[in-house]
Design a protein around this ligand. Structure first.
Ligand SMILES: C[S@@+](CC[C@H](N)C(=O)[O-])C[C@H]1O[C@@H](n2cnc3c(N)ncnc32)[C@H](O)[C@@H]1O
Length: 281
């Protein structure tokens, strides 16, 4: 951790993804504007609460696989979100205490809260950066200090690919590091998708209108970004079905205001989080 820290300015007049997502996970670090954004969106897209919570459970299972089974010891977590229970370093270090993690997020509130959580953990750091500028991230001294590119690395893009517009060239963003990493490196990713293009377009327009960059895609759009990489079993799919584990640690309780939306993904309106883990051969 560097010591020349200045408190960031936190916008409270626009919603942010980190704070809105954190609220759906049961977190408290959000503002009225974030809660109103979601309460306006949810009647049309009630699946969002389930999707957020299913994604966070997927994060635990994916990181556990990477640390425990795949032998990964270094992680770069793009769009890491606000700290909550079972953050990436806590899951990875539970299986191997020497795991190193660089957290990256565009929202300065993540840095503010992450520093407090990580103050005593020398194998972990958090930086404010835009994942669309992968070259900037690679030049950061924190990355240089913690990541050894002569060893396998796991790059996580969990529930963040939908924050990339087509014009951002998601393929370039996702693959800059994995394509230069050594064989045996991994990419774990997830993104909100639908098989109904009209509903996807409506969701994209609604969320972009709030000021949060967003693009709902179809599963095939994601598959097309990953050619040449080996898909880890059980494949790329609805992340609820990625190595489900009824005994994994649970999340914080859902805020009472969001409880009416719990279970909406089971009602079959076709929006879900798609993803998985791929390996560089
Ligand atoms: C839905 S949350 C996902 C958090 C975490 N990855 C997880 O799976 O639990 C999306 C996060 O991506 C961050 N984000 C969005 N666009 C970003 C960008 N261009 N660069 C870095 N972070 C970004 C947001 O600030 C937010 O914290």
């Amino acid at each position: 951790m560097t010591n020349n820290y200045e408190p960031p300015s936190i916008p409270t007049d626009v919603p942010t993804s980190a704070r809105a997502y954190g609220w759906m996970l049961g977190g408290k670090d959000n503002f009225d504007i974030d809660r109103r954004f979601l309460l306006d969106l949810l009647p049309a897209f009630p699946e969002c609460v389930d999707i957020a919570r299913q994604n966070r459970l997927f994060l635990y299972r994916a990181v556990r696989f990477l640390a425990e089974e795949a032998g990964i010891r270094q992680f770069i977590d793009m769009g890491c979100g606000l700290p909550t229970d079972n953050n990436v370093h806590q899951v990875a270090q539970a299986f191997s205490p020497d795991c190193r993690v660089v957290y990256v997020d565009i929202d300065p509130i993540v840095l503010a809260h992450g520093r407090a959580l990580l103050a005593s953990n020398h194998n972990t750091t958090v930086i404010t950066a835009d994942m669309r500028d992968q070259q900037d991230i690679l030049k950061r001294p924190e990355v240089d200090q913690l990541i050894d590119f002569s060893e396998p690395v796991a790059v996580l893009f969990l529930s963040v690919v939908h924050h990339l517009a087509d014009d951002d060239d998601p393929r370039r963003v996702l693959r800059t590091i994995i394509d230069r990493a050594v064989p045996g490196s991994y990419l774990a990713l997830s993104q909100v998708v639908t098989d109904d293009p009209q509903r996807g377009a409506e969701m994209t327009a609604r969320i972009n209108a709030s000021g949060i960059p967003w693009r709902t895609r179809q599963p095939a759009d994601i598959d097309a970004l990953l050619d040449g990489l080996e898909v880890v079993e059980p494949g790329l799919l609805d992340i609820q079905r990625w190595r489900p584990d009824p005994d994994q640690p649970s999340l914080q309780p859902t805020d009472p205001a969001l409880v009416p939306y719990v279970g909406a993904t089971n009602r079959g309106k076709g929006i879900y989080e798609y993803g998985g883990v791929v390996r560089k051969p």
